[in-house]
Design a protein around this ligand. Sequence first.
Ligand code: FAD
Length: 470
Amino acid sequence: MNTPIQLVVIGAGPGGYAAAFLAADLGLNVTIVDRETNPGGVCLYRGCIPSKAFLHAAAIISEAKHAKTFGIEFNAPNIDINKLRDWKKSVVTKLTAGLGALTRARKIKYIQGEAFFLNSNTIRVKKMDGTTEEIPFQKAILATGSRPAVIPHLPQSPHIWDSTTALQMDQVPAKLLVVGGGYIGMELGTVYHELGSQVSIVEMTPGLLPGADRDLTDVLYKRVKNLFSKIMLETKVAKMESHDNGITVTFADKEGKEFKEDYEKVLVSVGRKPNSENLGLENTKIKVTARGFIEVNDQRQTTDPDIYAIGDIAGDPMLAHKASHEGRVAVEAIAGHKVAFEPQAIPAVVFTDPEIAWCGLTETDAAKAGREVAVVKFPWAASGRALTLDRTDGLTKLIIDPKTQRVLGMAIVGVGAGEMIAEGVIAIEMGAVAQDLKLSIHPHPTLSETVMETAEGFFGQSTHIYKPKR
Ligand code: FAD
């Protein structure tokens, strides 16, 4: 009998706990170290899950308002913010306690505390009760995640929030400025708008959601520009001054012209920074990049052969599902399986209203690389299902290799886009061609039919659009 490998997993977010669970399933002797009482990480405690719970509440408010257009009118909602916050907490508790139970069921040792590398095969854990323990390991997986990035020289103020404070939902401010038009800012801006705040967004670049294709963000912009008070693009925050009742923000537009406005609260969501400091990495052979990410190879092994790194700390995209996949790859590599992290399509979903989702090659990246691609789009105005939902503000798009017909990318904007993008992931990962999507019968009436119709469009044969192939 071989003695099982002693594995320590530092950080129990979606990267760390997925890795630890698989490692235990494969027979390794696993210890998890995390600051929280249960696994879950940022994603479950103050990220994906709480934000999606609030977005669900926001969607109900929005749909109830919208129903007026087809003859169903509700009174304005009576929002009990304490109850809403408690419900969000209960969702988080159910999930994290469930992960705690799964940890115990798998006989994984869980230590609540903070880990620090003493050398390449030992960590010291400072536990919550102040005591310390040294833990030797054969292999370690580092999964300490990330935290909100800050704008330098901001005043210390209770009126300045980050995503964590915004998700605590202590109050709904009358007037909220969101700094940063990325996905976190747009999602939380949507929540607070529906709960009753006057929301403005300021974004340094010329468009919302930098990185996403413009035809997708245009659809979102068209809707939110009527909902949000102001969307200030190509505008920077030059200064913030805190006072008793809020914050005075000085903006600088692209010509450098300055103007001021007062807000009750300001949510700063300008990206995230990897948690690679104060871990004792200097006592190991791990290398850290200029942006603070840990250098890893295709197996997620660091430059210290016994230590692996996964999730937000191992680089972009900083997404939960990418972290979990990397975790599983790292564990398989440790278990001696032939494995590599080589996804063809990591999906990204922005849970705004409408949602935006994409995977594989984007039109923007294809253009940047000068790669010849066929871009086929299906507007949702031609979708029966979209009409029944009274939400024709959508678009499905395929990026196809014109020579081989291989599906290289898929992108969707519209309600439910996040649920549909997995079809693109499977198509790309399995090397599907446009014909495969065209010939696969999709259920009617669903929004998923737009994927099939987009593929039909590649051949100039979309049933509900007349656009013959030239
Ligand atoms: P994390 O989840 O960051 O977990 C790291 C863990 O390490 C934490 O529990 C921390 O306590 C612990 N830790 C850190 N240092 C130490 C130490 N020294 N010792 C012990 N433990 C330590 N992603 C999506 O895919 N979909 C979404 O919809 C989505 N929405 C988001 C919304 C918001 C508001 C935010 C902030 C993020 C969102 N994300 C989303 C991103 C997602 O949360 C992260 O990509 C994901 O949590 C990264 O997982 P991870 O395993 O790398 O680490």
